[in-house]
Design a protein around this ligand. Structure first.
Ligand code: ADP
Length: 301
């Protein structure tokens, strides 16, 4: 098959590994810089152009779209979908997963376990907002944050109020969430491909840190999942409409709780921790599923 990886940087571990794994399986794999694609939008024959030429017809694309280029990246992915190219993660699903609030609402609609979460725009609701999620300590999150930046733990209601006021004063969109203390600064990253958890790792935050992000100095190890955890991860991926994603779970007293679903999960941490060829599994999925005009939305989102 002829496959394009949409990525801003060909030297990133995940991008390199995907190219390497695809080629090892006999596929032709191009890395296309998302921001250098430009679109010819017509009523009859839409195309994607790159460095002055029309891109060839690909059997499938693998979008690796960073949070900072979501708007343009999803537009490029949508253009491929309009051309009938199979996209492993459709543009609408990527947009959904990029908005923490929208994701939580979708997951809640499907009855998937999540930390109790509040969202508001007017400061006069702050006290009730905190009380409603169970009172302090609470976690306050910037809606657009990534890699743990903009995720704050407030120990007391007073601290929570000040932080919320400060964020709102900056016109930032935030959500307030019940703090899952028993998770002990750890979370579980489940890598889901084609409705199956193909690899999982437990990430533990650095000493004294409640955030387990590897970018924040956390460490990773292999973990055995319970049936309920597996099901939760698979259902979360399904609710978002993502064929390939990372689902982050917290182990709480009330069972697994989904914190986030990531549409461009990094492969380095999970491949290193588990020793699995996750990149190869992405191509196995494409071999079975990438058919022309197989996109559900055809870029209508
Ligand atoms: P980001 O998208 O920036 O990584 P997350 O929402 O995933 O933000 O939060 C970062 C980390 O903080 C999580 O991996 C988890 O370890 C911790 N964390 C986030 N929310 C909670 C919570 N409600 N209770 C306990 N720990 C949390």
């Amino acid at each position: 098959m002829k496959i394009a990886i949409l990525s801003r940087n060909k030297n990133l571990y995940s991008t390199r590994r995907l190219k390497e794994a695809g080629e090892a399986m006999g596929h032709e794999v191009d890395i296309i810089d998302t921001l250098h694609c430009y679109m010819d939008i017509t009523s009859t024959r839409s195309t994607v152009r790159y460095h002055g030429e029309e891109l060839p017809k690909y059997d499938a694309i693998i979008p690796r779209i960073g949070a900072s280029v979501t708007f343009y990246g999803t537009a490029v992915a949508r253009q491929f979908e309009m051309m009938g190219t199979f996209n492993i993660n459709e543009s609408v699903a990527i947009s959904r997963s990029r908005d923490k609030l929208r994701s939580l609402q979708l997951l809640s609609r499907k009855g998937i376990g999540l930390p109790r979460t509040g969202f508001a725009s007017k400061p006069d609701n702050i006290k009730d907002l905190i009380k409603n999620v169970g009172g302090a300590p609470v976690v306050i999150k910037l809606l657009e944050g990534t890699q743990g930046i903009g995720v704050v733990l407030a120990d007391t209601a007073k601290a929570a109020e000040s932080i919320i006021e400060a964020f709102m004063g900056l016109k930032a969109n935030i959500l307030v969430q019940e703090f899952i203390k028993e998770a002990g600064g750890a979370d579980i990253r489940c890598l889901v491909i084609g409705g199956k958890v193909v690899a999982a790792m437990k990430r533990q935050g650095a000493e004294g840190e409640f955030r387990s992000n590897l970018h924040r100095g956390g460490s990773a190890e292999v973990v055995k999942l319970s049936k309920e955890e597996r099901e939760t991860a698979v259902n979360a991926a399904k609710a978002m409409g993502l064929n390939m994603c990372g689902v982050d779970l917290l182990r709480s007293q009330n069972g697994p709780m989904v914190m986030e679903v990531n549409s461009s999960p990094g492969l380095e941490g999970i491949e290193t921790a588990t020793g699995k060829n996750v990149a190869g599994m992405v191509f196995e999925f494409l071999e079975k599923n990438a058919k022309p005009n197989h996109t559900k939305t055809r870029g209508k989102g």
